[in-house]
Write a protein that binds this ligand. Sequence first.
Ligand code: SF4
Length: 362
Amino acid sequence: MIRRKLTKQIKVGDMKIGEGAPISVQSMVKSRGRGSSLTKQIIKEIHKLEELGCDLIRIAVPDFESARQIKQIKCEIKIPLIADIHYNYKLAIEAVKQGADKIRINPGNIGGKAKVKEVVRCLKDYGVSMRVGVNSGSLESDLVKKYGKSTAPALAESIFRWVKIIENFDFDFDQMVLSVKSSDPCITIDAYRLVSKEVDYPLHLGVTAASGGMSGTIRSAVGIGTLLAEGIGDTIRVSLTGDSKEEVKLGNEILRSLDLRDEAIQVIACPTCGRCEIDVESLVQEIEEKLNSVGAAPTGESLRIAVMGCIVNGPGEARDADFGVTGSRNKGIIFKKGKIIKKVAKNKIVEILLEEIKAQNT
Ligand code: SF4
């Protein structure tokens, strides 16, 4: 059982981050283009991410046209929206006025303390929260000079510096979540450990520019997963080159693997071997897709479903699972806590499994 560090709580729209609130999964919109067709595309992308269990969504706000899209996007989506701002503090203020629930800035590139102060004053007035995100690619030059490169202590020093500056403004603002991302998972892990030791603000975890495919997946899972296992982290974003849907799926999977996602449906599967008599890979895929779409998990509880390749060892090896499926050459088997409850046609395995799960929930 992971004991999470108790951090302060901040609000992003209706969602809470920190102080024991469920760890949220974020992603970033990747649709590109301009004008009203882009707005529609963004809304469509967010709807797909919502279906997959994305809790918060961030969009890039590179100009005022993008900032003005926020109002319409907000009307059409259910999850809180975060505006990602670089270089121009006025964009942050416009994004807040258009209804952004949170903004993300890297204070080092906003143009100095006075401009950061303007942004924070606006956040305070509108009751909007902020992520202060430092990352290895945009560390202040004096820190690069001091440490030689973007090390974990350099990232931590940068974030401590900004936290102190913001805390010392002449108004009380504490709706902050912090991040210290590097593209190197080891530096990322060390930097977050340093920050977690010193401050109580909630932490947004991620490995920046993690790449795509297997290497991006593993770098993110190692970086984020290690910290979560130590009780560090309140919200996560997996940064993958490619489809944002993969970011959300992987984010949820990292949480599920550590038992940190409420209402989680966890599908486990055997690796298969020479005894295997069913197509384990396709069954896992079909079960995951259908369970997500029908929301078949018992409310508030996690549900573990095992897909095992053979009847000889499958039910016994997966006796800890709530439900399981396996098969022989001619038939499919549904089992519950290791005990066979039904023998079915092979092409009915998923259908009958879902019926059994739903029957348990009603
Ligand atoms: S459950 Fe059966 S098929 Fe799967 S690994 Fe074990 S022995 Fe092999």
